[in-house]
Ligand binder design. Structure first.
Ligand code: P1T
Length: 379
């Protein structure tokens, strides 16, 4: 079946009690048991919740996984995946990830004995060179937040198989509509569902999708043992969002391409980071492993002063963290999403003080172009 059909129907059945077409919000903390050990498969709501299960099944189908588990944030999802490991294990991680991922790995999980090497995973030779006897996981964000660098997932999967490591891919920027990491050889996909999957800037959540039954069993155990579950209401919002994922992503991509082309032509813009531009160093790879380019775009203005003029000069693009919602957002990675990355490291990655990031929404693209034209006119 096609993606849009799966998005609407995947894992969804009319409510067994009422035949309501939409899975209800099961806002309950526990379930009454008929007798000792006699129940309908539901004991306690941290462990099982029908609304959450419906959302998990839906995203699992869209990503082509074996099982999926929903968490209270993208960070909680990522944290749980890292708990598949134990002290002494080594992880190779993309050097440019969302700042919060770097913060979790470097400033939280290292204290529990996990070891991290941050490398440019777009360079598979560098990944291979970083492999140690103790390497158990390769963690990749592609495209990266915010400089839109890509990792060749088929090649990364080969490297991880050789190293007997698990390949984890953060698929937040593309969503399963444009990129299916499990089909390209990855073992685990993570999402901040806060972004394109939910799509309406009204819920924070995360998802882990697994290919292997053993990993699925362990993540299910961890979801219950650690407890950072997605609430019934957020699960319901997520399901409402995924139904329109395909139509939204098509429009995000359409608007994204137009805005990237406009920025690339603008004399006030020094560089544009967007995988759909022919000038992107990995344009060929982008076309090969993604079926669209999405709507995340970063561009270099040249200085903090110039960036500030643009950031404070738009009306339709709201100055805010986050991405993937129907409304367009503009942000400043150096002081917002990537403030926890040390300055020297940020500069090495291209996250300069002049870098501006856009999450292009679903407004009429002509209006968005006009808005950016006015803001860029201030510099
Ligand atoms: O915010 P949360 O739902 O916990 O997700 C964290 C996260 C994980 N992975 C990627 C690629 C992300 O972009 C994020 C969150 N990012 C932002 C808030 C942002 O503005 O970039």
């Amino acid at each position: 079946m096609g993606f849009d059909t799966e998005a609407i129907h995947g894992g969804q059945i009319p409510d067994p009690a009422t035949s309501a077409i939409i899975t209800p919000i099961f806002q309950t903390s526990t379930y009454v048991q008929e007798g000792l050990g006699k129940h309908k498969g539901y004991e306690y709501a941290r462990t099982q919740n029908p609304t959450r299960a419906a959302a998990e099944k839906n995203v699992c189908i869209l990503e082509g996984g074996t099982a999926a588990y929903a968490f209270s944030s993208g960070m909680a999802a990522i944290d749980t995946v890292l708990k598949l490991l134990k002290a002494g294990d080594h992880v190779i991680c993309s050097d440019n990830t969302y700042g919060g991922t770097f913060r979790l790995f470097r400033f939280v999980l290292e204290r529990f004995g996990l070891q991290f090497t941050f490398v440019d995973t777009s360079n598979l030779t560098a990944v291979q060179a970083a492999v140690r006897e103790t390497t158990r996981m390769i963690y990749v964000e592609t495209p990266t937040n915010p400089v839109m660098s890509l990792t060749d997932l088929r090649a990364a999967a080969k490297t991880s198989r050789r190293a007997k490591a698990t390949l984890v891919v953060d698929n937040t920027f593309m969503s399963p509509y444009f990129q299916r990491p499990l089909a390209l050889g990855a073992d685990i996909v993570v999402h901040s569902t806060t972004k394109f999957l939910n799509g309406h800037s009204d819920s924070v959540g995360g998802m882990v999708v697994l290919k292997h039954a053993e990993d699925a069993e362990r993540v299910k155990f961890l979801q219950n043992a650690v407890g950072a579950i997605l609430s019934p209401f957020d699960s319901w919002l997520l399901l409402r969002g995924t139904k329109t994922l395909g139509v939204r992503m098509r429009q995000h991509d359409f608007n994204g391409r137009k805005i990237a082309a406009f920025l690339a032509r603008h004399p006030g813009v020094k560089k544009v980071y967007y995988p759909g531009l022919k000038t992107h160093p990995q344009f060929a790879l982008a076309k090969r492993q993604m079926s669209g380019f999405g709507s995340m775009i970063s561009f270099e203005t040249g200085s903090l002063g110039r960036a500030r003029k643009v950031l404070e000069g738009t009306k339709l693009f709201s100055l805010a963290e986050s991405l993937g919602g129907v409304e367009s957002l503009i942000s400043h990675p150096a002081t917002m999403t990537h403030a926890s990355v040390p300055r020297e490291e940020r500069l090495r990655l291209g996250i300069s003080d002049g870098l501006v990031r856009l999450s292009v929404g679903l407004e009429n693209v002509e209006d968005l172009v006009e808005d950016l034209k006015t803001a860029l006119g201030r510099i």
